[in-house]
Design a protein around this ligand. Sequence first.
Ligand SMILES: NC(=O)c1ccc[n+]([C@@H]2O[C@H](COP(=O)([O-])OP(=O)(O)OC[C@H]3O[C@@H](n4cnc5c(N)ncnc54)[C@H](OP(=O)(O)O)[C@@H]3O)[C@@H](O)[C@H]2O)c1
Length: 389
Amino acid sequence: MEALLCSTTLQLKSLYHRHHRSLSSPFSPSTHTVTTHRKLRKSSCQKVQPSLFVPLRVSANSQAAPASTEASTSSSVPSTMKAWVYGDYGGVDVLKFESSVSVPEVKDDQVLIKVAAAALNPVDFKRRLGKFKATDSPLPTVPGYDVAGVVVKVGSQVKGLKEGDEVYGDIHEKALDGPKQSGSLAEYTAVEEKLLALKPKSLDFAQAAGLPLAIETAYEGLEKSGFSAGKSILVLGGAGGVGSLVVQLAKHVFAASRVAATSSTGKLELLKSLGADLAIDYTKENFEDLPEKFDVVYDTVGQCDRAVKAVKEGGSVVVLTGAVTPPGFRFVVTSNGSVLTKLNPYLESGKVKPVVDSKGPFPFSKVVEAFSYLETNRATGKVVISPIP
Ligand SMILES: NC(=O)c1ccc[n+]([C@@H]2O[C@H](COP(=O)([O-])OP(=O)(O)OC[C@H]3O[C@@H](n4cnc5c(N)ncnc54)[C@H](OP(=O)(O)O)[C@@H]3O)[C@@H](O)[C@H]2O)c1
């Protein structure tokens, strides 16, 4: 065992020194720690992200080392934190739980959030798989777009938030274009004030964490399609993270005349409870064969070629993923705290409800399981990570 640890330590040390000069990383090398026997042994046979590690005494207990339980005020924010990290693109096995990652610096327009809950989105695993390499930030990455938590530090230009505020938001302004290296699957995350809103008081952190990216996408797509009161809509994938919110926003915020949505058999009742007038079982019916046509078809599944057959002449087809067939149009969500603020009254009153998948919330230690579940493409509503830690 000693020999194994020793050789691993040397390997890490040399890797660290080799890469440290060239890597610009938010993960402070001075605080990187390899703290468990298990982790060290793993790192001897897997590709190690050197900037995350400093060879250390291996008897230390990683759970006890970081100051993760310190009070949530700026004076007691620790310099390192626990976080999920990947240093290579790939499957769920690239995700590593690290005990000593640098807490991100707070820019003038940002606040530091003590993360209480986070949520996963398909963009998290698509990004991890390297699908957006060309526009991604450099590795290593702490994944996670959605966050809910408490402000513990404010930048000098922050006007509307203060320490102690309970907030939520999607921390990456442009989902695919230069998302931050340090995401929300961590004890702390730094976020621009404009991307956040005060958390609705009626929601707990886990419920709030599941909303930002999905509800902002739902809202932006409806707006871009020109959706308005009295119009009809068909939502493809009505039980998913985005779809479950498109159904609710269309019905309860935009005052749709009629909402139809697709799902598999077991989720039809959910669609109705969210406000769908017509729940279509896609395992039994082809929505494009229905005589009824819609002002807007909102495709969250990647079925644009079929979606265009279900829209009225002159209507709109919103596309989130997959190939686009005219007149369909695709957009990529822009994070925007003012959308959350605008929708907060509907969330406070319960007219619009977060849908948290009942397999979760997954504790912080089970992020790999949560990703694996999301990647089945069968999640109902949102896959939430809570509590952290
Ligand atoms: N462009 C953007 O800005 C943007 C923003 C957000 C999301 N997206 C993309 O939009 C897609 C959906 O995101 P999401 O967060 O809603 O995903 P999600 O929650 O993981 O979607 C899972 C849901 O999709 C449903 N589904 C799967 N195949 C279906 C089918 N053939 N017909 C109807 N429903 C089906 C599943 O229901 P069943 O179990 O009943 O099949 C499940 O409930 C992803 O590809 C994501 O990357 C894009």
